[in-house]
Design a protein around this ligand. Structure first.
Ligand SMILES: Cc1ncc(COP(=O)(O)O)c(C=O)c1O
Length: 279
């Protein structure tokens, strides 16, 4: 695999990052995951805008992270890895760079951020989408700035493993009695005919797919309400679905032991999935 590291394109086995990198020591960095189909990046503008915002919020500076350069980098990785046909994903991470000695406060001005990216083939989860997936709930023990796409993902990794252990597709977090989002996805529910999802506050990551689905739903005449819902509301919802760059629109048919709706993917999930499909 050819990866990108700090301006160079090289074989992954030849790419190395300092053990003093702040991404490694502190999880001090941000990232994006962008889908591609037939060599075209999907919703690149929204992803790079969110990356710019994440960088600004954590105060990692650099004009070189402009949208145009990020797209150029991602497209070059697709090219270098023979991924100009079919589905692929590009992962891109920027950390605050490496400096010794290790200090909690930022390294000296002028310390170069570390930029790492790779592209891999991607197989969409079509089988899961046809049948719908089970999810489990867990307390949201993350920090108060989940709107920043930080690489500091320990609570997400722990919660995702809990889903795997339970034979579920995703763990969805609950904070203060309301459902926030999944470990790497947003959650929607149809409650009393209204499409609901948690508002884009600091409590969730404002998903690119979430935004696309909200716009598509409104344009197709659905009633949409960005108001958080409780676990009890979710359990009695007509239907529910996850959204993310890799999941697209993924119907949820069970929450812990509770069957959602008819136990089959709902009509609204199916329709929004079709309207937002990439191929
Ligand atoms: C915590 C979290 N919420 C939501 C999402 C969905 O975001 P997107 O639709 O931009 O992939 C992700 C994606 O990885 C995520 O990590």
């Amino acid at each position: 695999m050819i990866v990108h590291l700090n301006g160079r394109y090289l074989a992954d086995r030849d790419a190395s990052v300092s053990p003093f990198d702040r991404g490694f020591l502190f999880g001090d960095g941000v990232y994006e995951v962008v889908r591609a189909f037939d060599g075209e990046l999907i919703e690149a503008g929204r992803h790079w805008r969110r990356l710019e915002r994440s960088l600004r919020e954590v105060r990692i500076a650099g004009e070189k992270f402009a949208a145009e350069q990020m797209s150029e980098l991602a497209l070059r990785l697709l090219e270098e890895n023979g991924l100009k046909r079919g589905h692929a994903i590009v992962y891109l991470e920027i950390t605050r760079g490496s400096a010794t000695p290790r200090t909690h406060h930022f390294p000296p001005a002028g310390t170069a951020p570390t930029v790492f990216a790779y592209a891999t083939p991607f197989a969409p989860f079509d089988g899961q989408r046809i049948n719908g997936v089970p999810i489990i709930l867990a307390p949201d023990e993350r920090w108060g700035r989940c709107d920043i796409k930080s690489v500091n993902l320990l609570p997400n990794a722990m919660a995702k493993q809990a889903a795997v252990d339970a034979g579920a597709w995703e763990t969805v977090f609950v904070r203060g009695g309301v459902v926030t989002e999944g470990t790497s996805s947003n959650l929607f529910a149809v409650i009393g005919g209204v499409l609901r999802t948690h508002p884009a506050t600091h409590a969730i990551l404002g998903g690119v797919t979430r935004d696309v689905v909200l716009e598509t739903a409104r344009a197709s005449g659905l009633t949409v309400d960005e108001t958080a819902f409780t676990v009890a509301e979710l359990e009695t919802a007509e239907e529910a679905f996850l959204t993310s760059t890799t999941n697209d629109v993924m119907p949820v048919v069970r929450v812990d032991a509770t069957v959602i709706g008819s136990g089959e993917p709902g009509e609204i999930a199916r329709r929004l999935g079709t309207l937002t499909a990439h191929s």
